[in-house]
Write a protein that binds this ligand. Structure first.
Ligand code: SF4
Length: 63
């Protein structure tokens, strides 16, 4: 499974690293990046949850 962040859409709200810190973090620009590719098996559920909670739908999950 792969997670992708559209940084043109991301507002840097911080919800995804809060929800799934194994996969997402905010970089020096204050926008989300994916730090685990592929998504570790034990973080798949929380990565999907992060995509669900993103207020601007900037996270895409590819199975
Ligand atoms: S939840 Fe969405 S808007 Fe917020 S930091 Fe993550 S990708 Fe960006």
């Amino acid at each position: 499974m792969k997670a992708i962040v559209d940084r043109d859409t991301c507002t840097g709200c911080g919800l995804c690293p809060e929800t799934c810190p194994e996969v997402f973090e905010l970089d020096d620009e204050g926008l989300a990046i994916v730090k685990a590719d592929p998504v570790p098996a034990d973080a798949e559920d929380s990565a999907r949850e992060a995509a669900d909670v993103c207020p601007v739908e900037a996270i895409t999950i590819q199975d």
